[in-house]
Design a protein. Structure first.
Length: 89
C-alpha cells in the first residue's frame, strides 16, 4: 500500500475538522454522547478520504520492471569521450 503524501493527510485532516465543526455549529445544543459519535464518524470519514486519495494515485496495471534500486547512468560529453582520438581526459 502506498504511503499518503502530506497533501493527502491535509485533505483528510480538513475533512475531519469540517465534518466535526459544521454539525456542531449548526446544532449548538448537542449532548456529549452525540458529540463523541460525531467525532468518531468524522475520523472515519477523514481516514476514508485519505485512503481513497492514496489508492487513486497508483495507476492500475503499472508495475516496476525490476525490484532493485535504480542506478544513474554516467553520461559523457561527445567531445570528451575516451574512445575519441585527441579527447581531453
Amino acid at each position: 500500500m502506498p504511503h499518503p503524501t502530506p497533501r493527502h493527510i491535509a485533505y483528510g485532516s480538513a475533512t475531519v475538522i469540517l465534518s466535526t465543526l459544521l454539525p456542531l455549529l449548526l446544532a449548538p445544543g448537542v449532548p456529549g454522547a452525540a458529540v463523541a459519535a460525531l467525532t468518531a464518524g468524522a475520523l472515519g470519514l477523514g481516514l476514508l478520504v485519505t485512503v481513497t486519495l492514496t489508492a487513486r494515485r497508483r495507476a492500475p496495471g503499472r508495475t516496476v520492471a525490476s525490484g532493485g534500486p535504480r542506478v544513474p547512468v554516467q553520461r559523457t560529453h561527445p567531445m570528451t569521450a575516451p574512445d575519441r582520438p585527441g579527447a581531453r581526459v
